[in-house]
Design a protein around this ligand. Structure first.
Ligand code: WAQ
Ligand code: MG
Length: 260
């Protein structure tokens, strides 16, 4: 796809005049010029019907993307069973420890995820020390400029109908873009939406692990943590790629059975 446009949405609620606003929802996608109205309307609808509340401000930004997109393959998915938050978090923690995340970094990550005021982006933590590497404070790093390659999405939806659900499409696309960068060892995510308790752990070594019950219903904490390889120091460059590099999820060229 050439001549792509990036569409981003941010919706927030004002606290009071002197304080920062509270994140309600965000969304991002890539589309052709002809699809801009449709994608903007979809994101506007998401902002206006969010379970975290009605926003006071909604920003939609539309920009032509100058770079041609990279293709990132979708991650293989593993579904886990868990019946309590304790069980769910134990599975998530073990998966992260298994790929070399330290106990210290894991503890910092869980603390971040349980912060009562969720942030709109991700926190980047050193995989060993747990040090916060981005300096974005309570905004975090928002991954943008990623979307499904349409043919590949349609093809995969036939095999996995859960991909018909927008939330799963979005999370899976985000995790696949994030995993595309080898500097990111793993990701931990659960939603800040009080009604959605399933989360995931992902990474290039392990794929996408969907875990039910990473929090209790009614809990509006949540977020994302990217664990960054300790061998790596160019964090600003990585942040620019997460925010700006266009990535389509799928295999370049036609989708066909041989890719699966
Ligand atoms: N870039 C960085 N961080 C983000 C982004 C983004 N584009 N989008 C969301 N976040 C962060 C932010 O801190 C949000 O508060 C938090 O993640 C949760 O976002 O397979 O719905 O969109 O069943 O509420 C995962 C499981 C669902 C899906 C996650 O997250 C499945 C979800 P939400
Ligand atoms: Mg949310």
């Amino acid at each position: 796809m050439n001549n792509l446009f990036s569409v981003r949405m941010r919706a927030a609620k004002e606290k009071n005049m002197s304080e920062e606003s509270i994140h309600i929802s965000g969304g991002e996608g890539l589309c052709t010029y002809e699809q801009i109205s449709e994608l903007s309307a979809e994101l506007l609808q998401k902002a206006m019907t969010h379970e975290r509340g009605n926003p006071d401000t909604i920003h939609i930004t539309i920009e032509k993307v100058k770079e041609s997109p990279k293709f990132a393959p979708p991650l293989p998915v593993t579904d886990h069973e868990a019946h309590t938050v304790e069980e769910g978090r134990k599975i998530a923690s073990q998966l992260l420890l298994d790929v070399g995340i330290s106990q210290e970094s894991l503890t910092t990550a869980l603390k971040h995820m349980m912060n009562p005021v969720p942030i709109r982006g991700a926190a980047l933590l050193d995989e060993k020390t747990g040090t916060r590497l981005d300096h974005r404070g309570d905004k975090g790093v928002r991954v943008s400029r990623m979307d499904w390659d349409e043919a590949n999405l349609k093809f995969l939806q036939k095999k996995d109908p859960s991909l018909l659900r927008k939330r799963i499409q979005e999370s899976y696309a985000l995790a696949s873009k994030v995993t595309f960068y080898p500097e990111i060892v793993a990701e931990l995510c659960w939603s800040d939406d009080p009604g959605y308790t399933t989360g995931y752990v992902s990474g290039h070594q392990m794929g996408y692990h969907r875990i039910p019950f990473l929090k209790n219903p009614g809990d509006s904490t949540g977020g994302r943590v990217f664990f960054i390889s300790s061998q790596f120091s160019e964090v600003e460059d990585l942040i620019t790629k997460l925010e700006r590099q266009p990535v389509l999820i799928g295999w370049e060229g036609e989708s066909d059975e041989s890719n699966l």
